[in-house]
Design a protein around this ligand. Sequence first.
Ligand SMILES: Cc1cc2nc3c(=O)[nH]c(=O)nc-3n(C[C@H](O)[C@H](O)[C@H](O)COP(=O)(O)OP(=O)(O)OC[C@H]3O[C@@H](n4cnc5c(N)ncnc54)[C@H](O)[C@@H]3O)c2cc1C
Length: 282
Amino acid sequence: MKTFHYYEPSALEEALDILHQYGARAKVLAGGTDLVVQMKQGKIKPEAIINLTKLQELNFMAIDSAVRIGPLTPLSRIAANPFFSGRLALISEAALAVGDVQIRNSATLGGNIANASPSADMPPALLALGAQVRLRKKGGARVVSLEELCLGPFSTSMEKDEIIVEISISPIPEGSGAYVWMPKRTAVDETLVGVGTWLQGDAQGETCSQAVLALNSVAPVPFRAREAEAFLQGKNLSRENFRIAGEIAAEEASPRSRADYRKTLVSVLMEEALERALRRAQ
Ligand SMILES: Cc1cc2nc3c(=O)[nH]c(=O)nc-3n(C[C@H](O)[C@H](O)[C@H](O)COP(=O)(O)OP(=O)(O)OC[C@H]3O[C@@H](n4cnc5c(N)ncnc54)[C@H](O)[C@@H]3O)c2cc1C
């Protein structure tokens, strides 16, 4: 591994100053489960590492009518939060899909998003809930939707001196959701296909007033299957319509490898995720 300057700032402003100084030549470090692997493999050779883990103000969960999560929050804490059960269980389901318990104890939400792997598990659940990401840099702040943040494989719209400081779902929408993924053979396997769904029914719970359907691992970025969403709008919340929505979503997918297999998985998992979301609404 190439040598690098190492910083361990104790305040966010200090971290932003250092990042501003180095720009793209620095990398921020959270749990290190992606970054350290990439450095060991020689895929990236940063001149400086800015370890964020002392910044406890970035490690929080605040939940009321909205959900706000700090980027340094470990996925194991998110998975264990009882609030992420019932209609919001898709958040803990996505967190539990990541690696094994040791990985989840280190892996953070911010790192899962910023690493921008097409197979990352948290983005489909967060996209289904319309999550927003708050970014800070020296002298500036902005909020972008998670969808706007994801540009391509391992590429985001973050500027070289920006840090994620909060992930929010505000307000928490009406409805219920589910995250369903193809089980992995080992904890180091990537997710082959993951589906995040959010379903809102009418007052009688018979007709779909809105569906948000998000997928990973079947396109360069996690994305919303908008044609399948449009199909469900105004339709009966029936298994048959969920099956058709799954087939439409499979056509929207563009997997790079094992395309037929992954598309079949999209159909099957989408139907299952919609069924599960509906059961949680009842
Ligand atoms: C054995 C193994 C199994 C895994 N299995 C899965 C899996 O099943 N599903 C899955 O989704 N992932 C999996 N991962 C990947 C990884 O654990 C997750 O992506 C994790 O959430 C990354 O978080 P981290 O805190 O470790 O990030 P780090 O490795 O510290 O950082 C990752 C990237 O994000 C950037 N970054 C981190 N925090 C911020 C921030 N606040 N602002 C801006 N940029 C930031 C870093 O600079 C770096 O580029 C696995 C990894 C391993 C090693």
